[in-house]
Design a protein around this ligand. Structure first.
Ligand SMILES: Cc1ncc(C[n+]2csc(CCOP(=O)(O)OP(=O)(O)O)c2C)c(N)n1
Ligand SMILES: [Mg+2]
Length: 405
């Protein structure tokens, strides 16, 4: 998409509440875009996408990215996406029932996450944001472990080194620096594993991300930057983050960028595999922009009807990542009714397990907040722990007095 395309895309969304509220933006003043039609803009966006499976479920080839998967592997991708979506829906429901404080849904981003997640080797290392539930699934992190932090009973819920999957990071963009530093370490160790950092379109505006790009390029670090452009950063559209397509940013830092259809699990898998391979073989970083859509709210605290038009969501529903793979698998006879029913059954069982585990999560030990602050302990933390313990104990004493003991 060109600069003109960016501006036109904004116009194309003119019916939305947010666009009408901001009438004199620079993007609108730069009117060369006005000559373009919505259809042309969509075509321009489409032309740049690496795609191996059309929204209708038709298999297509790409000159640079090929993939040849067995029926079993294809069924596996379908299963991954269905179960991840089910888990995610269950978590949203649990938040609505008051069992979680908050949830950040991945609805619509299953292909980007499962495709890239399944491209990874066990010894690769992942730095996620807070929405990478599908990647966590691919890394073998038990989904129920993702929920503790959102219930407020722990600060993470899994050991990052067990699955080479770092803890969720809420500070936008900061994990790209962690990933770059880690990748530089991998390089110094002489290992051939790769590192992947997930981040969003909004995060791409953070200084941390620019610094990570600079360092990784200059040191040729084995890191893949996987940007899920889900079109929104809470209520801010991508047009507020950039005047060029995000993948083109990489060029200015001296490494390649590619835009992949983020709702096409095959393309996400193929492109991520290629990027990881580059990293492993000393060719340095690469930026992947997975062009996708956040189908739900930013989090359960958000109401997207306040800032985006429903037609936009409906247009993306037609590109649903799970439906397109299912259409392909059915047309090719790779799945039958019995297989699909078995996945539905497994999905129900997962939902039931998630509900039961979450409700049974014990309340945290309040003093646990002082654990893991320093690897070897620290005098100041010890003092604060003792103060807090005494403060807590004062309530127990007061309760005892009130009860006449
Ligand atoms: C440094 C920092 N600034 C602001 C926030 C508040 N915040 C939380 S999520 C978010 C938007 C992120 O959007 P994007 O990077 O596109 O990721 P998405 O939520 O769409 O997956 C913001 C601004 C934060 N967590 N950290
Ligand atoms: Mg976003």
């Amino acid at each position: 998409m060109t600069v003109e395309g960016t501006a036109q895309r904004k116009n194309a969304r003119g019916s939305s509440k947010r666009t009408t509220a901001k009438k004199t933006t620079p993007a609108k003043k730069a009117s060369p875009a006005k000559a373009r039609t919505t259809g042309q803009t969509e075509q321009a966006e489409q032309d740049q996408l690496v795609q191996l499976l059309t929204p209708e479920g038709k298999r297509v080839e790409h000159p640079e990215y090929a993939i040849d998967l067995s029926p079993e592997e294809l069924r596996g991708l379908y299963r991954d996406m269905v179960l991840t979506r089910k888990f995610d829906a269950e978590a949203t429901t649990l938040q609505r029932q008051g069992e979680l404080g908050l949830w950040a849904s991945l609805l619509g981003q299953e292909a980007a996450q499962i495709g890239s997640g399944r491209a990874l080797r066990d010894d690769d290392y992942v730095f996620p944001t807070y929405r990478e539930h599908g990647v966590a699934w691919c890394r073998g992190v038990d989904p129920t472990n993702l929920l503790g932090m959102f219930r407020g009973v722990n600060h993470g819920g899994w050991d990052p080194n067990s699955n080479n999957f770092h803890l969720y990071t809420i500070v936008i963009g900061s994990q790209t620096l962690h990933a770059t530093g880690y990748a530089m370490g991998v390089q110094k160790d002489g290992a051939d594993s790769a590192v992947i950092a997930y981040f969003g379109d909004g995060a791409s505006s953070q200084g941390d991300v620019a610094e990570a790009f600079t360092f990784s390029a200059v040191y040729n670090a084995p890191v893949v930057f996987f940007c899920q452009n889900n079109q929104w950063a809470i209520s801010e559209p991508t047009e507020r983050q950039t005047r060029v397509p995000l993948y083109q940013r990489a060029r200015g830092f001296g490494f390649p960028g590619v835009r992949v259809d983020g709702n096409d699990v095959l393309a996400c898998l193929a492109v991520t595999k290629a990027a990881l391979e580059r990293a492993r073989t000393g060719e340095g970083p690469m930026l992947i922009e997975a062009f996708t859509y956040r189908m739900g709210a930013h989090t359960t605290s958000d109401d997207p009807t306040k800032y985006r038009a429903d037609e936009e969501r409906l247009a993306w529903e037609a590109k649903d990542p799970i439906q397109r793979l299912r259409a392909y698998l059915e047309a090719e006879g790779i799945v039958d009714d019995a297989y699909l029913a078995s996945i539905d059954e497994e999905s129900e069982a997962l939902g039931k397990r998630v509900r039961e585990v979450v409700r049974a999560m014990p309340d945290p030990d309040m003093l646990a907040i002082f654990e893991n602050v320093y690897a070897d302990g620290h005098a100041l933390v010890d003092e604060e722990r003792a103060q807090f313990a005494a403060y807590q104990a004062s309530f127990a004493d007061a309760d005892a007095v009130a009860e006449g003991n």
